[in-house]
Design a protein around this ligand. Structure first.
Ligand code: GLC
Ligand code: CA
Length: 534
């Protein structure tokens, strides 16, 4: 049996609002994405795109507050535009994955408007409603990820509703079979339009404790103050407000819908530190989600021994038949190059695209895009405005296509873009980097091409290399006769690696490519190479 397409694929995440603005209103749109398909498929060489939500929405959480699951937000286009995008993608052999937001809707969704109309409304039980606690307060101590109680009082009907995120994002009640059936129809709607799969937003949130018990404290307050720094949300152990075991039944039902359409792929956004809980979402029989995002590279200490440990650990915890995945950035996290710097961005690209697993590349990371610092009061992101975190506007600034006034994201005559284009677009952009052989964009292109040409890099086994100098991380990928050795010097000094024989196929420093290595390989600081063994 050949491996499923998504195991050898490279997925590229597009934040539609920020990718390309075709009609000059300063907001990215679907025709904009369509115009860039040749770049994605033929210039860069990725295999699939994942589109963050483009559905009608009040945009309180920039699309993760869905007001209609089966349409396109007017600022992004129409269903015809979506079909045109699908057609262009299919001409270029690019698959499309869409974002499925199961846990909540916008409070403007017709389901919620009907649910909140009265206690006896037909859809009352489609959301999570509860009476006051005996003390008159909210039904439990559950907190919103975005701050404050997860319960909002509805004076009209005299009950609270649950919102794990914004008050304008009420949680659906997945225990209601009508809700599940309606959500399955949403999946079918997009599958019928030709999508190849779904990224599932906060997937494990859909099952909560039916008794709505209080979450216990994460750790006792020992009075030394660090407990406070945790922030209220992290100070709770989230035993009861997400990840209830019933979630597995819900996922098995989703999987049946997926399996009705050949080759469908699903990947869940599940932030879960406990490895056993994490793998459980793949299903005991491999009958739930195809993959669960592995966010560990985002937070790992950036040194050879920590990364080695992390990659080995992932291999160890994955059950038989499961396939790893890697990610260095997304629309919720500060940009990789911003956090780690330009050198790490290049070596990170090599790690992402040559380790065993499905990589997801965040738009703009192929340029080493960083991010401007935006003060909380100027942020549009509700989380950023709350001031608790860096905020997410910074990682969502417009894609930098060229050096023109709006970076080629919007036409030069456009009044302004929805978020500022990073000032460094004058030099850091697709056009400039394409003409610079040593750019990080061309490094990505060479890595993607090498990957496509090598069964070992796509689907081969992972064999970590022992006995390397301290700062160097290395492994071999093997598929039959095809082999590649990857060596990454994460140290800030040069290192020698002995016993290497072959030709450098890709290097973070382009001048080293095609070099023959006969025994001793010198790696400059922050240099990484893919060697084709002799
Ligand atoms: C996920 C999304 C994030 C969104 C949240 C609520 O974490 O990635 O952008 O704010 O869910 O839907
Ligand atoms: Ca637009």
């Amino acid at each position: 049996m050949p491996a499923p397409w998504w195991q050898s694929a490279v997925i590229y995440q597009i934040y539609p609002r920020s990718f390309a603005d075709a009609n000059g209103d300063g907001i990215g749109d679907l025709p904009g994405v369509t115009s860039k398909v040749p770049y994605l498929a033929d210039v860069l060489g990725v295999d699939a795109i994942w589109l963050s939500p483009f559905y009608p929405s009040p945009q309180k959480d920039f699309g993760y507050d869905v007001a209609d699951h089966a349409d396109i937000a007017p600022e992004y286009g129409t269903l015809d535009d979506f079909d045109a995008l699908m057609a262009t993608c299919s001409e270029h052999g690019l698959r499309v994955i869409v974002d499925f937001v199961p846990n909540h809707t916008s409070d403007q969704h017709r389901w919620f408007l009907e649910s909140r109309a009265s206690r006896s409304a037909g859809k009352r039980d489609w959301y999570v409603w509860a009476d006051r606690a005996p003390d008159g307060g909210p039904p439990s101590n559950w907190l919103s990820v975005f701050g404050g109680s997860a319960w909002e009082w509805d004076a009209e009907t005299g009950q609270y509703y649950l919102h794990s995120f914004l008050t304008s994002q009420p949680d659906l009640n997945w225990r209601n079979p009508e809700v599940r059936a309606a959500q399955h129809d949403v999946l079918r709607f997009w599958l019928d339009r030709g999508v190849s799969g779904f990224r599932i937003d906060v997937a494990h949130f859909i099952a909560k404790d039916p008794e709505m018990r209080d979450n216990p404290a994460a750790i006792a307050d020992d009075g030394d103050g660090w407990f406070k720094e945790l922030g209220a949300y992290d100070a709770q152990s989230h035993l009861y407000d997400k990840g209830h075991p019933d979630v597995h039944g819900f996922f098995r039902e989703l999987r049946k819908v997926f399996d009705d359409y050949p080759d469908t792929y699903s990947i869940g956004e599940i932030h879960e530190d406990d490895p056993r809980a994490w793998v459980s979402y793949l299903g005991a029989q491999g009958d739930e989600l195809h993959q669960v995002f592995d966010f560990s590279l985002l937070y790992a200490p950036w040194d050879a021994s920590a990364l080695r440990e992390l990659l080995d650990r992932q291999e160890a915890i994955l059950p038989e038949g499961a396939w790893p995945n890697h990610v260095l950035g997304n629309h919720d996290e500060p940009r990789f190059a911003f956090r780690r710097g330009a050198d790490a961005a290049r070596i990170g690209a090599m790690l992402l695209l040559t380790s065993r697993g499905t990589p997801t590349l965040y738009y703009g990371d192929e340029l080493g895009m960083t991010q401007p610092v935006i003060p909380p009061e100027d942020q549009l992101d509700p989380w950023g405005r709350a001031g608790e975190v860096v905020g997410r506007d910074g990682c969502r600034t417009p894609m930098q296509w060229d050096g023109s006034v709006h970076g080629g994201f919007s036409a030069p005559g456009t009044a302004s873009t929805w978020l500022p284009v990073h000032p460094d677009h004058v030099t850091r952009n697709v056009a400039t980097q394409l003409s610079d052989e040593d750019s990080i964009l061309n490094l990505h292109r060479r890595l993607l091409a090498a990957r496509k040409a090598s069964p070992a890099l796509q689907l081969g086994d992972y064999l970590p290399l022992d006995g390397l100098p301290d700062g160097v991380l290395g492994w071999e990928r093997i598929s039959g006769d095809d082999r590649r050795v990857v060596l990454l010097n994460l140290a800030t000094r040069y290192e020698f690696v002995d016993g290497v024989h072959g030709t450098i196929e890709v290097a973070t420093t382009v001048h080293r490519e095609h070099e023959r290595v006969t025994g001793r390989l010198l790696l400059a600081a922050h240099e990484g190479v893919v060697v084709r063994p002799a």
